[in-house]
Design a protein. Structure first.
Length: 197
């Protein structure tokens, strides 16, 4: 993250996203596929790391192999795109709002205090010498003699698909394929994100 100053000289926290040109690899229609969607590919891949089936898919679109393929639903929209077309950052305009989808940072196996915001069992008085970060009781005893599904317990934290909504585009820099978006976005540095209008 970084920050920029607006016209009123206020500092605004923002994130820079390098949005390289994406290539349309397939256009799906309700006649042939049962639904309307567009498939785009991004991030160049080596041919030796691409399967023959994938190579046939990219050759049909007339493009080089890509690491990632993502589909966007275009039902009800009048958009004329064909395989091989490039989508660049000039699709976005300054001031419009977007949703950013990414995979959050993985934080490993965490306890209930960090994972769910528990406050521990009691304070440090009344004989509690090692219970400050404990989960406490887990459920009823003889009936039903089990722990209910979905109980908030310790476990792996992070690494989930997260959508941050209504982030404003502050600047579009087409010559460098950069987007400056207000606020923070999910994921680590260098991670992949999906930007939806």
């Amino acid at each position: 993250m970084t920050s920029i100053f607006d016209e009123n000289r206020r500092s605004i926290a923002c994130t820079l996203i390098q949005a390289e040109p994406n290539v349309v690899t397939q256009v799906k229609s309700s006649d042939t596929d049962g639904y309307d969607a567009i498939q785009i590919g991004f991030d160049e891949a080596k041919e030796k790391n691409t399967s023959k089936a994938q190579m046939g898919h990219f050759n049909k679109a007339g493009t080089t192999p890509k690491r990632r393929l993502v589909e966007f639903d275009f039902s009800g929209l009048d958009i004329t795109l064909k395989p091989g077309d490039e989508l660049k950052v000039d699709l976005f305009e300054e001031g419009e709002f977007v949703d950013v989808v990414g995979i959050s940072k993985g934080k490993g196996f965490q306890g209930v205090v960090k994972r769910h915001g528990f406050h521990g069992v009691g304070g440090q008085t009344h004989g509690q010498h090692n219970r400050e970060r404990a989960p406490g009781s887990l459920g009823p005893g003889s009936t039903p003699s089990r722990v209910f599904k979905g109980m908030k317990m310790a476990g792996r934290m992070g690494g989930d698909r997260v959508t941050v909504q209504n982030l404003r585009i502050l600047k579009v820099i087409p010559e460098k394929n950069l987007l400056v978006i207000s606020g923070s976005i999910p994921g680590s540095k260098g991670g992949y994100v999906i930007i939806e209008k």
